[in-house]
Design a binder for this molecule. Sequence first.
Ligand code: XMP
Length: 513
Amino acid sequence: MEKELVLVLDFGGQYNQLIARRVRECNVYCEVVPYTMSLNEIKAKNPKGIIFTGGPNSVYAEESASYVKEIFEIGIPILGICYGSQLMAHKLGGKVATAPVSEYGKTEVAINTSSKLFTGVSSSTSTWMSHTDYIETAPQGFAVTASTPVCPVAAMENADKNLYAVQFHPEVMHTAEGTKMLSNFLFNICNCAGDWKMDAFVETSIQGLKEKIGTGKVLCALSGGVDSSVAAVMLSKAIGSQLTCVFVDHGLLRKNEGDEVEKVFGPSGPYDLNFIRVNAQERFYEKLAGVSEPEAKRKIIGEEFIRVFEEEAKKIGTVDYLVQGTIYPDVIESGLGKSAVIKSHHNVGGLPDYVDFKEIVEPLRNLFKDEVRKAGLELGLPDYLVYRQPFPGPGLGIRIIGDVTEEKVKIVQEADAIYREEIVKAGVDKGLGQYFAALTNMRSVGVMGDERTYDYAIALRAVNTSDFMTAEAAELPWEVIGKVTTRIVNEVKGVNRVLYDCTGKPPATIEFE
Ligand code: XMP
């Protein structure tokens, strides 16, 4: 990754991930780093360009994120966006003030198209603004290259020093020619070659991991989900038999999932992972017996997972590195040193700190989910693993309302398998965020043949979402729901009713617990 790198210096704005992504879409490798990174560390990374992100503060607020002025003197091109543009103006002697009129949303901007940043951009173009402060006066040596009726300095530049700034957000979709502007920055100003590709990422990462790990031993908790699978296979390519992967089957996986994971990653599969499958179903069911409260179930499953993992780690002996499949969206507080805590909490339920390891290795921490998928394909992982839906760590334990029993797990596994199969068969899975069956704790009277039944109701859930923070219930075709209903009541013993969950998030959550 040391070849051609652009750094996004994170001042706490909302769109930082998006900026990094847009840069990578231009085939330039990009990393997001915190504004607390020292100038020497930045120089050591030898970036071709630096992008200052937006941020929530005013440059005058005492607690606001800032950077030393010397960064503007090191000769590396800089593009400041929103707060980043104001910081550049403020540090270099311009004037930042509260705008008399705030601009939020779509804003038409008049552009000086002779700027290198705006080559090929229309002289009047639609941008996305979101600011209360603005640059009132550009610093000395800067030319104003864009404005709106209420924002005198919508863009400015000191072309001799390769310093550029825009008040609007070129990274968002609503800035019609934003990608053009970013690519102008990368190619006209930073002189990037744009020769980075996902396969280059995979190769460079493998090389970097080899150098970092040397002869050390590495342990990876492999769930079979896309992130940990991609991380494990990448590690295996880098260090071969120094890697051990532990897959804990807690008995709360989807139908046949344990065997499918073992088939791909176990000794008969194509990867050299020292794969250890731990069949821990019984101990999980025992611990969960009689527990109905969802948070209590989560805690029990998380804790037991760690206990199993710890026992396996002890058998291996000293481990130097622990691998986590952390990806960028997991790094909620980007670069502020908290990401490992967030992910381990989210994914594993707490880091096994009693395992003797030197460091956590997170080879995917700069990638988005779809980029991880691309890396997975590059590494030769099968499509069905690469495109899997998210599946929560506590598994079916939180898709069964009330207490968990082996019998209930079987019911929900069967119903869920039918539901997923029919959705794919009907071709309505494309674009669906997540869909699964859950077992309500409700039993009701039914009639089957001439017999009275008193059985469970299955709930079907399907949501449209892109970020999983909010979601809408999906409008599945009635014929599909009908077919799934018929199959579930006919084929799954113990079920006589099927319900469809029409609730969005909020007020509900995506999972049904
Ligand atoms: P909720 O139910 O909170 O789910 O709306 C949002 C997304 O997160 C997934 N999820 C989890 N993933 N460990 C995980 O790795 C968990 O404990 C967990 N709980 C929920 C859920 O499947 C959905 O995609």
